[in-house]
Design a protein around this ligand. Structure first.
Ligand code: A3D
Length: 320
């Protein structure tokens, strides 16, 4: 069987990390695409020289030509600009929307059968726009955010309870922004609901509220520390988990930004919900029962995403 082909659009901080992880895990041969000349070629050459040490045979190639992504099985999109301190994700909208238009056209022409994972911010609006520009079926275009947001929530909870991160199953819904919805009622540690652990006196509601707040601002905390860009190790690791779920037909239930029409009372937009990821891409949205507070918070998050979609349509008439 021929090796799978993984195309990474954007060879910046996340793109380079994705290439490294994909090669180490031998997901397939890797094409790094960027508009910046030399960057994808240089990173591909550098990374390919890890092969003899790490023992991977994945072939890495850098390019500035969309024709080279032809036939890719998976495309992960990080092209665009990241945040700097003081910027919100929404401040990136105008510039990154133009980038999505070019990327969508490239995917449509060269690999219309791919499974596409978008990471570019503001995530929920950009994945929607990328789907519109590429014309691919909705189930084959998804956004990465919930896996990362849940991992951030899980990291802080493991620290709070002094337990292994492997035993924390954290749950974050909604848009990838400050309005995201960490759902404590569906968050467990080794199957024990968070609320029960609070009742046992192992933490307090106030501490959990602080952790929820820190999770919501988790990206901004890293931007403030790095000063020159945003997080890249955990975002890349999250997208690789999604790519593996697709390539291995794993049927994992992962929180991803997917097109929701009908479920959760939504009428056709991209937002973070739990979804089964397998060989058919986003196969099935799982609709969980939300308590009143989570429902209200999800609505706030959805309204924030809707505002961004209106802004996108105002900038690019072809989306209206
Ligand atoms: P960065 O290191 O700047 O890489 C972006 C790359 O995109 C650069 O190499 C650019 O040259 C390239 N690029 C710009 N325009 C184009 C284009 N038209 N075609 C192809 N390539 C282009 O950024 P990064 O890797 O740190 O972040 C990438 C994106 O991910 C940003 O929009 C971030 O805001 C976003 N991000 C999202 C999350 C989520 O959880 C959703 C987390 C972290 C970062």
């Amino acid at each position: 069987m021929a090796r799978k082909k993984i195309a990474l659009i954007g060879a910046g901080m996340i793109g380079g990390t994705l290439a490294h992880l994909a090669a180490m895990r031998e997901l397939g041969d890797i094409i790094l695409f960027d508009i910046a000349e030399g960057i994808p070629q240089g990173k591909a050459l550098d990374l390919s020289q890890c092969g003899p040490i790490d023992g991977f045979d994945a072939k890495l190639t850098g390019t500035n030509d969309y024709a080279d992504i032809a036939g890719a099985d998976v495309v992960i999109v990080t092209a665009g600009v990241p945040r700097k301190p003081g910027m919100s994700r929404d401040d990136l909208l105008g510039i990154n929307l133009k980038v999505m238009k070019a990327v969508g056209a490239g995917i449509k022409e060269h690999c219309p059968n791919a499974f596409v994972i978008c990471i570019t911010n503001p995530l929920d609006a950009m994945v929607w726009a990328l789907r519109e520009f590429s014309g691919l079926p909705h189930n084959r275009v998804v956004g990465m955010a919930g896996v990362l947001d849940s991992a951030r929530f899980a990291t802080f909870l493991a620290q709070e309870f002094g337990v292994s991160v492997r035993d924390v199953n954290a749950f974050v819904l909604g848009g990838h922004g400050d309005t995201m919805v960490p759902v404590t009622s569906y968050t467990t540690i080794s199957g024990i609901p968070l609320d029960d652990l609070v009742k046992m006196g192992r933490s307090t509601k106030e501490r959990i509220d602080e952790i929820v707040k820190r999770t919501r601002g988790g990206g901004g905390e890293i931007v403030a520390l790095l000063k020159t860009g945003s997080a890249y190790y955990a975002p890349a690791t999250s997208a690789i988990a999604m790519a593996e779920a697709y390539l291995g037909d794993q049927k994992r239930i992962l929180p991803c930004a997917v097109y929701v029409e009908g479920k959760y009372g939504l009428d056709g937009l991209y937002v973070g919900v739990p979804v089964v990821i397998g060989a058919n891409g986003a196969e099935e949205i799982i609709e969980i029962a939300l308590d009143d507070e989570a429902k209200k918070n999800l609505q706030v998050s959805v309204d924030a995403v809707k505002e961004l979609l209106v802004a996108c349509k105002g900038i690019d008439e072809s989306l209206a």
